[in-house]
Design a protein around this ligand. Sequence first.
Ligand SMILES: [Zn+2]
Length: 271
Amino acid sequence: MKIVCISDTHNLHRATAVPDGDILIHAGDITVAGDAREVADFNTWLGTLPHKHKVVVAGNHDFCFENSPQKTKALLTNAHYLQDSGVEIEGLFIWGSPVSPHYHDWAFNRKRGSEIRRHWKLIPPHTDLLITHCPPFGILDTSDRGSHEGCRDLLDVLQQRVRPRLHVFGHIHEAHGYTTIGTTQYVNASIVGPKGWTRRFWLLNQLTQLGIRIFRLFQWLKNLFWKTTPAQRHSSTLSQFQWEVAHAAIVIETASLSTDPNFRAPSKSLL
Ligand SMILES: [Zn+2]
């Protein structure tokens, strides 16, 4: 069986080449601004893909899933939507969660420690395929500043209690890739990356970054007088100018997923 993994398409789903397969996984950040219209367009596109099963979780940009869950879920008619919930497909138990460690006030942000652990505690031990928006700490989570941005509490769960055969996530775009530790395959399936021109023209890139910071600062100041939603404050029409499809989908053959019963969790020394 072929599992096709994508994540962080940020409205560039139509520009993403998606290979054929049995199960398509999207690990969150479907949208840029977290608007229901973006989800509706994503759903229309999903409907054109041939995969028998499609499984989607939300990410920190996808505000509408957190703000109006019922209405937004109803828009996603072409996929199984998982939000701290599971589904069994072709004999694989799949669990999905949209949460990520707190960073300002994005969607599904939870404070590190007991607040985020409450979500990880829900992951059943018999999970074969885990989908989270954020990576575990130390695994495909290095930002372009060189820091590990993953969740330590999620790593603890993976080391102590849940040993999925495949773990798919995104969130840290620049850490796209895959690796195997113990008998778990880890996939950071992020699709977008910075546009070519932002890499070539350093000064122009810095000016754009500065522009985005000023825009966000303006939104925060505005919030002192008029209530703005987090979605408006993070409004990233500006960020959209910076991104393009930078990575390909990652395809995993289930035959290559380990079924070794003597699984050993990744040890800290490996990270
Ligand atoms: Zn993203």
